[in-house]
Design a protein around this ligand. Sequence first.
Ligand SMILES: [Zn+2]
Ligand SMILES: [Zn+2]
Length: 526
Amino acid sequence: MKIVEQKEYEFWPDKIADGLIRDWKAKKQVINTGTSMSGEPHIGSANDVIRGDAIRLALQEKVPAELIWISDNLDPFRSVPADMPKELEDYLGMPASSIPDFWKCHKSFTEHFESKFIEQLKSVFVNPTVMLGSEMYKKGMYNDVIKIAMQKKDEIAEILNQFREHKLSDDWYPVDIICEKCKKISTTRIFAYDPKTAKAKYVCRKDEIILHRKNPVAGCGHEGEVSILDGNSKLTWRVEWAARWVFLESTCEPFGKEHAAAGGSWDTGKEIAEKIFNYKPPYPVEYEHFLVNGEKMSKSKGNVITVPDMLKFMTPAMLRYWMFQGRLTIAKNIVIEKLVPNLFDEFNRAEEVYFHPEKFDKKEQTNLARAYQLSVINPEKEGMHVEFDMLKGLVSVAPEGKELEFVANELEKKDLKIVDDLEEKVKLVKNYIQSFEKKAAVEFSDKEREALKEFAVKLAEVKTEDDVQNVLKEAANDTGLSTREMFKAIYKALFSKETGPRLGQYVMQVGMKETINKLNQSTDTN
Ligand SMILES: [Zn+2]
Ligand SMILES: [Zn+2]
């Protein structure tokens, strides 16, 4: 497909890729993402990685590019998520990676979630280079930048203090030691450092320190001396962020808007990168977080949505498409019930534009088709373009367990060519109906009930569509219903609504036995 180049319509991953190639003349473009792994990963945790993948793809058409995801598992564990065992309180203040796996299926608490997260990314075709914070430190990847940061600690403090109400004191150090005795990291304080040996003397403070959400944690009182290298210490977040750009040679960093606030970690990070490490800060890609029904996602509110939650109702490519569409600085509001029908239809349209660009204007060619292309990754074959509402209508009246057959048959009658992806779409639409479309409770009058019973009995002998019409009329006559009333009663019994597909055809397709069962079930229970 040819996309006419027209800058004003440039799709954001292309705009970023072009900017990177123009201004960050690196041998390889490195997109850096990271997540603190202290609980069940949700769709928001995947935001920068999935969107980062669009940038990687756009870059890779022109230059080598890599997407990195770092599990910030050495971050101190600050609060027990609402949905987790209370025993986890014992681990507050420790690096999250040193908590055991409470579910006993992985080596650690963080690995439990890391592995889930990586699986979830894979399920939407995202395969970043995975790095674990704990391993990066242990392997010494941070050693050089730690030494530089320790040497220039006063300059770093000066940068950070520009934005701090409570200034960092002269005895502040940019690393935190992990206490050798109690394993806590939030409680230790360095009081002497020897740059020649890279060893620090520290105390694990016994006085209470307030962590996130007023969680107090106290140290064990241990005093020790230890090398700050090879995983014994961790840089504080704001310094760490800039420091890892240096040795990962990052050129692009997507981050949530809270980091972008004035004096936030982006402001200090870029200054630390430039002044302390003499490194050109990566291309910043700021994005808004997702909302759920207009609210911030939070475990305590119980409104957390995960990638698998979304994939119940949409294909992986559709989920990617949804994430790639629109401006990054707009908060996408997840209301699945509304989002899914629109997404199905827009995705169909984008696919149409991609495969038949000549039918559409340039703006659509660029935006829709490009988002589609980066969502599907090497699209080869057009899927079936059936409007969501039509699909929903068909699936909702299809006999249980035979939805695909029924829908395909109905669509063929409309002269539509059946494509393989119909199966997946039918499954997704069925999930949607089960989750969001409550069947209206139906009530029958005595007459209706009698008529339906007679109709069901007579149906057993029926051979043709015409026969269906005939027994329907007979049952109506015998019980004093009009033909119209009879149809209504049958539709209510079969589909819980007063209208439906052409009855003769439907009955022939579904079969007598199935129809009779459904009729009897409905009159027995309502
Ligand atoms: Zn596990
Ligand atoms: Zn301690």
